[in-house]
Design a protein around this ligand. Structure first.
Ligand code: C5P
Length: 225
């Protein structure tokens, strides 16, 4: 068997949800389990990569000894950890479901229910994939995800461009087999430099293999010999 092009490569993976504090006992978050990112981390480690997994709060754990987990809670923490590891990374895979907004000023004490209505001012979180995409070096590869509740092709193409990705993996929640907490997925891989491909319904482990096969094929075609 030929050696994997990922052997000894440094791969940064963001995975899982983020939690944005409202007060000391409450937060805003989403349904991400981190399964897709963990599957990619495990498969990349199996291929000999050195993986840094920047992981939001989830019950799941990294399984392979070649994975260095960095546990974070909020989007800002995830951004700082990812930016730090991105400097050395050959590949960055953004699979985290980052909260788009956070409470502007988390309350220091538990908020009491003595008002009929309560409004929480929100401010925008940093877009990790976009910020790091803006400083991406020519020899770095970036992969992102797009989860849409509609068909989503047009917005995925926009994200591919605005986040400066080499390819984006589009999942649609219209597919009953795809999405949060599920073990299976069905995806369209949309590339910067070639025709897109659609996968059938497959496990997240199988999708991880397909994603890394396509990454290796991009690395192989751009590598000078
Ligand atoms: O814009 P949207 O959230 O749909 O983009 C999804 C892609 O961007 C995913 O790869 C996700 O990990 C990444 N992202 C990010 N930081 C954010 C929001 C999204 O890295 N604040």
């Amino acid at each position: 068997l030929p050696q994997s092009l990922l052997l000894n490569k440094k791969i940064l993976i963001t995975a899982g949800p983020t939690q944005e504090a409202i007060d000391p006992v409450r937060y805003i978050s989403n349904h991400s389990s981190g399964k897709m990112g963990l599957s990619i981390a495990n498969e990349a480690a199996r291929r000999g990569a050195q993986v840094t997994l920047v992981l939001g709060p989830t019950a799941l754990n990294a399984a392979h000894p070649a994975i260095k987990p960095v546990n974070v809670t909020s989007a800002e923490e995830m951004y700082l950890a990812a930016a730090d590891h991105h400097k050395q990374a050959d590949v960055a895979i953004f699979s985290a479901a980052v909260a788009d907004y956070r409470p502007e000023k988390p309350a220091a004490e538990k908020i009491k229910k003595d008002q009929a209505n309560y409004t929480i001012p929100l401010v925008k979180n940093p877009d990790i994939a976009q910020s790091l995409g803006a400083i991406k070096r020519p020899n770095q590869y970036h992969i992102g995800f797009a989860l849409e509740t509609d068909e989503g092709y047009g917005s995925a193409k926009k994200k591919l461009k605005s986040k400066n990705l080499d390819f984006i993996v589009l999942n649609s929640l219209l597919d009953p087999e795809a999405g949060f907490q599920k073990d299976t997925n069905k995806a369209t891989l949309i590339f910067k430099s070639k025709e897109e491909i659609k996968t059938p319904v497959i496990t997240k482990e199988a999708l991880a293999k397909i994603i890394l096969d396509h990454l290796e094929s991009l690395m192989g075609t751009t590598e000078t010999t």
